[in-house]
Design a protein around this ligand. Structure first.
Ligand SMILES: [Zn+2]
Ligand SMILES: [Zn+2]
Length: 135
């Protein structure tokens, strides 16, 4: 497990893709959970979280402007595999969203978290891909 830096270039599109996927797998996930004796709740299906509602997952809890790329801190097993998935256009999810000031603070305090960067595949543009190559 490695700490990594996940960039969501287009948070609104990202949430829409996640919602479509959540709907697609909803019945299957629900059945699986119920077989294991769990109550299944999908935040994206069962509650109507707006696409542009992003909140900092650090203690500050402030809302994040979803019209700009959002930075997340996450743990990843195999960075090369995740990068391949992202390049193939797959959604990379998980991790903790950071507002601008928490991001700066994390970068100052834990620079090693930011050595491995992944740009989400589902909502990136060609430009995002190129900026990754330049790193
Ligand atoms: Zn995405
Ligand atoms: Zn914050």
């Amino acid at each position: 497990m490695n700490e990594a830096w996940l960039v969501i270039p287009n948070p609104i599109k990202h949430r829409q893709v996640a919602r479509v996927q959540a709907h697609m797998h909803y019945e299957e996930n629900k059945k699986q959970a119920q077989e294991l004796g769990f109550e299944f709740i999908s935040q994206l299906v069962d509650s109507d979280i707006p696409d542009d509602l992003w909140v900092c997952d650090m203690a500050c809890n402030s809302s994040i402007d979803a019209t700009q790329p959002i930075n997340l801190s996450c743990t990843i097993d195999d960075i090369d595999e995740v990068k391949r998935e992202a390049k193939a256009g797959q959604q990379i999810s998980g991790g903790y969203a950071m507002c601008g000031s928490c991001f700066q603070e994390m970068k100052n305090n834990y620079p090693e978290y930011f050595e491995r960067k992944v740009i989400c595949g589902c909502c990136r543009t060609e430009q995002d891909t190129e900026s990754e190559v330049m790193l």
